[in-house]
Design a protein around this ligand. Structure first.
Ligand SMILES: NC(=O)C1=CN([C@@H]2O[C@H](COP(=O)(O)OP(=O)(O)OC[C@H]3O[C@@H](n4cnc5c(N)ncnc54)[C@H](OP(=O)(O)O)[C@@H]3O)[C@@H](O)[C@H]2O)C=CC1
Ligand SMILES: O=CCCC(=O)O
Length: 294
């Protein structure tokens, strides 16, 4: 199967690389074209624009930073819409809001193509290892055709129904995750300030009902103030913002998510946006350097 891939950031690069390793022919595009080179070394072809990728491939996947990026790659000059046509499928796996997904879906369908949203749970390492959780919604027939691709990228694919349900599920999950990260940061800080060992706190948490892979993975690095970006903080703040908008729409009060969003926003204003989202710990500790927003 020839698959197009738009967006070679932390996630897109790992996902496209995995497809190549599993025998798919992949044509890649990235806004900063030089980032395609590593994939070309692994056997990918380059499409010089999103439109050229769609022209060449029956199925094209996108993994882009945010709603603005997802929309621009579809609607702007040399974008996906210029070449989408009957028989072609577009699968957007970026984390966006349901409105963005619906706008893209409507335009793709109007031009004869089919559309599936497929945001993912799981970060850089699960993407490299094919262990993502795929939250898809939209065209069921496209879902069935693209399952061999999802099976290489993920450990489990959900089909959630009409367009928007994948986007909303993803935002709910990340809202919970962002709040948990703030709770962990406050706990580590409180342990430290009150004379307890943060590492012992992690050990205790890991043995009880609060044990989870995120605390286990991120906790030790946080204690060392190390935040190599797996999930950039600026994207977590985007997801909190979009989840809070969803809460507004449905009149769901979310004070914990709102407070967590403030901490991520503050982290961005201190220039921590490109670090891993666990860097919010620096805000909770009050040790963030002054810096420019990212
Ligand atoms: N990292 C993670 O752990 C996870 C991330 N996600 C979601 O996946 C998506 C990608 O995340 P990730 O790979 O980490 O992000 P990165 O910031 O590493 O990559 C973002 C990608 O989007 C591209 N991009 C940004 N703006 C535009 C634009 N205006 N037009 C075209 N392309 C653009 C970038 O291109 P360029 O290289 O030119 O900047 C890059 O390819 C996001 O929606 C994120 O929320 C979901 C699950 C986990
Ligand atoms: O959107 C990012 C999710 C990161 C994760 O699930 O570990």
């Amino acid at each position: 199967m020839e698959v197009g891939f738009l967006g070679l950031g932390i996630m897109g690069k790992a996902m496209a690389s995995r497809l190549l390793k599993h025998g798919f022919r992949v044509t890649v595009w990235n806004r900063t074209l030089s980032k395609c080179e590593e994939l070309v070394e692994q056997g990918a072809s380059i499409g010089e624009t999103p439109a050229m990728v769609v022209k060449k491939c029956k199925y094209t996947i996108a993994m882009l930073s945010d709603p603005a990026a997802a929309l621009s790659v579809v609607f702007e000059k040399d974008g996906v819409l210029e070449q989408i046509s009957e028989g072609k499928g577009y699968i957007d796996m970026s984390t966006v809001d349901a409105d963005t997904s619906s706008k893209i879906s409507e335009a793709i369908i109007k031009n004869g193509g089919s559309f599936l949203e497929g945001p993912v749970s799981g970060s850089k390492k699960p993407a490299e290892d094919g262990q993502l959780i795929i939250l898809s919604a939209g065209d069921k027939a496209l879902y069935e055709v693209i399952l061999p691709v999802f099976d290489v990228l993920g450990k489990k694919s959900f089909f959630l129904g009409e367009v928007g349900k994948g986007a909303r599920m993803k935002l709910v999950v990340n809202m919970i995750m962002g709040s948990m990260m703030n709770a962990l940061s406050e706990g580590l800080c409180l342990a430290d300030k009150s004379g307890l060992s943060p590492q012992t706190l992690l050990d205790v948490l890991d043995l009880g009902a609060c044990s989870n892979p995120m605390f286990k993975l991120k906790g030790p690095a946080m204690i060392e103030s190390k935040y190599p970006p797996a999930f950039p903080l600026k994207h977590q703040q985007k997801d909190m913002r979009l989840a809070l908008c969803l809460g507004d729409e449905h009149a769901v009060s979310m004070p914990i998510a709102a407070a967590s969003n403030e901490a991520f926003k503050k982290a961005r204003s201190h220039g921590l946006g490109d670090l891993d989202f666990s860097a919010v710990y620096e805000i909770v500790k009050g040790t963030a350097p002054s810096g420019n927003a990212a």
